[in-house]
Design a protein around this ligand. Structure first.
Ligand SMILES: NC(=O)c1ccc[n+]([C@@H]2O[C@H](COP(=O)([O-])OP(=O)(O)OC[C@H]3O[C@@H](n4cnc5c(N)ncnc54)[C@H](OP(=O)(O)O)[C@@H]3O)[C@@H](O)[C@H]2O)c1
Length: 222
């Protein structure tokens, strides 16, 4: 499978690339194709060091990545959804599954706030869905795993990932991708209209982390 990561030069992009490159071709996307290629080469070196063999991690412009991917991860900030998705989502294939790990969150004087509740704005899922040719191919997941844990191949993960989407086939595919990462369990939460609950789990977790001096929290439902 060809997995493209828009904004793949960022913190989460590195983790997705390293965790999935053993089984899939990874396309790192950026607004700047040269930056994408440089990040891809760096991830490739890290994968070679960790796994001892070569993988397919390449870089390209976000536009090329969107057009070529079977699964497209939108690893970009909430504030940029409209500009990025408006330009890229018309380019994806009809069967492409789009993953949103996007958390609409801001750190303020009171702690981490959930922007849609505070400012009466749309969830990240709803904002992305507005640009999808087929919104049922949008699946929200990976909000509650930190980039540090995801990118650190030596860390033993034991977390749940909340998954929301309207197409059961697309949700199943994303759950499989979650569980390819050792130590992660995919938990289906419901349709896309409930994705805000997965998104709000991140500020919830981070506020608990700060107030209670927790280290590297994650979510595990017992
Ligand atoms: N960090 C975490 O621990 C974590 C955990 C769970 C979920 N998330 C969510 O996952 C997403 C990615 O997180 P991240 O920490 O990897 O983010 P990030 O490092 O801040 O940004 C990711 C990439 O987005 C691109 N980008 C930045 N500004 C942009 C703009 N104005 N327009 C278009 N692209 C822009 C950049 O790529 P180029 O400059 O190369 O184009 C950047 O490398 C976010 O929505 C975040 O809420 C993060």
């Amino acid at each position: 499978m060809q997995i493209g990561i828009v904004g793949g030069t960022g913190a989460m992009g590195r983790g997705f690339a390293l965790r999935w490159c053993k089984r899939h071709s990874i396309l790192i996307g950026s607004r700047d194709a040269a930056r994408a290629s440089a990040s891809a080469a760096e991830y490739d070196r890290a994968a070679l060091e960790a796994f001892g063999d070569r993988h397919t991690i390449t870089g390209a412009s976000n536009e090329e990545v969107a057009a070529q991917s079977d699964v497209l991860v939108l690893s970009i900030p909430y504030e940029n959804i409209d500009a990025v998705c408006g330009a890229l989502l018309p380019l994806v294939s009809e069967s492409c599954i789009v993953i949103s790990p996007i958390v609409p969150m801001e750190k303020t004087s009171v702690g981490f706030e959930f922007v849609p509740f505070r400012d009466s704005k749309k969830s990240a899922h709803a904002s992305v869905a507005a640009h999808m040719k087929d919104p049922s191919k949008l699946v929200s997941a990976f909000h509650v795993i930190s980039e540090k844990k995801l990118a650190d191949l030596s860390s033993l993960l034991s977390y749940d990932i909340l998954v929301c989407g309207d197409d059961s086939g697309a949700v199943d595919s994303v759950c499989s991708l979650v569980e390819e990462i050792e130590g992660l369990r995919a938990l289906r939460l419901g349709g896309g209209s409930l994705a805000y609950m997965a998104e709000v789990a991140t500020p919830l977790m981070l506020n608990a982390m700060i107030r209670n001096k927790l280290k590297s929290p994650g979510i595990k439902i017992a």
